[in-house]
Design a protein around this ligand. Structure first.
Ligand code: FES
Length: 181
């Protein structure tokens, strides 16, 4: 990750921890509240930073290990900030049968990250998900809000290239605007 990206992540994490400290005051020290607390944090901040898990553990008076164990048990939680383009690859039964695993592998290979990770420039992240309800289009990938059906390895390449071209265009536009100022 470049310097700018690291600073951005640190700033975001600082704001997240500040927010969590305030939120935890609303919750009594009840171990049964662990999952709802993690869900609220992820819903608001989109991932669970290690320091956030530690704060939750301290508040509920349980070990960080236990919090981490519970969080990793459920697929719904992620531990790194998601990318600008969140790629979700369905591995439900219909998609699995139609080669969803190969689609996932292609995204992983193309972006050089594994499922659950984010690229160092924070442009892309990959997640595996269970059935998203459009099995007739299997195998399915979702990027942002868009569903891509009948996925094929060749489509993976094209999709990523499309986003990269878009990014390049935005960069050029930005540079043009800066030059005219
Ligand atoms: S199994 Fe993938 S959409 Fe249903």
């Amino acid at each position: 990750m470049n310097m700018e990206g690291m600073e951005q992540q640190q700033e975001e994490e600082k704001a997240m921890l500040h927010d969590i400290a305030a939120m935890l005051r609303e919750f009594e020290k009840d171990r049964g509240k662990l999952i709802p607390i993690l869900q609220i944090i992820q819903g608001k901040h989109r991932y669970l930073a290690p320091k956030a898990l530690k704060m939750v553990a301290q508040h509920l008076d349980i070990s960080s290990c236990e919090v981490y164990g519970v969080a990793t048990f459920y697929n719904q939680f992620r531990f790194t900030p998601p990318g600008k383009h969140e790629i979700k690859v369905c591995l439900g039964t219909a998609c699995h049968v139609k080669g969803g695993g190969i689609i996932l592998e292609n995204f992983e290979r193309k972006l050089e990250i594994n499922a659950g990770e984010t690229t160092p420039d924070r442009e892309f992240s990959i997640e595996r998900v269970a059935c998203v309800g459009c099995c007739a289009l299997a195998p399915v990938a979702i990027i942002g809000e868009t569903v891509y059906g009948h996925m094929a390895p060749s489509k993976v390449e094209g999709l990523i290239m499309g986003f990269e071209i878009e990014r390049e265009k935005e960069k050029r536009e930005k540079e043009k605007i800066e030059q005219t100022q």
